[in-house]
Design a protein around this ligand. Structure first.
Ligand code: HEC
Length: 110
């Protein structure tokens, strides 16, 4: 039992356990995807400078990649799993998949 636990810990620590979607995924980051995605789909309501947030919570702001990473779990929940953000829809399946790849596979904060 000890050995098993030790091994599992080692593997997890070395980053060898990967989500299956990451295996053949294109390298996806804020710079090559996230920034454009958030500007186009989220910032009308979620930018700090938005003059009409249409009810988007004051504390859920997506101005920078740090903002998105801070809420990464919720972004995945609402824009990939439940897929009800943005409320007006219009995001392609391909972009939702790319968002999933970015926030699941990229090093946190990139
Ligand atoms: C048309 C305005 C609008 C746009 C565009 C929009 N949102 Fe929202 N968002 C809201 C409103 C209103 C709420 C609060 C009500 C709710 O949670 O459904 C909210 C809440 C949230 C929350 C916090 C609630 C939670 O479940 O944790 C997250 C995270 C979120 N939105 C993510 C996004 C993402 C990611 C995008 C872009 C892909 C986006 N939103 C685009 C209006 C918007």
């Amino acid at each position: 039992m000890w050995l098993l636990l030790a091994c599992a810990g080692d593997v997890a620590d070395s980053g060898l356990v990967e989500d299956p979607i990451c295996a053949e995924a294109p390298v996806t980051t804020w710079d090559n995807f996230g920034s454009g995605f958030v500007v186009q789909n989220c910032q009308t309501c979620h930018a700090s400078t938005s003059d009409n947030r249409l009810g988007a919570p004051e504390e859920v702001v997506f101005d920078t990649k740090e903002d998105v990473w801070e809420h990464a779990d919720r972004v995945l929940a609402r824009s990939v799993v439940e897929a009800d953000m943005p409320p007006q829809g219009g995001v392609t399946e391909e972009d939702r998949e790319r968002l999933d790849i970015w926030l699941t596979c990229a090093d946190e904060g990139t």
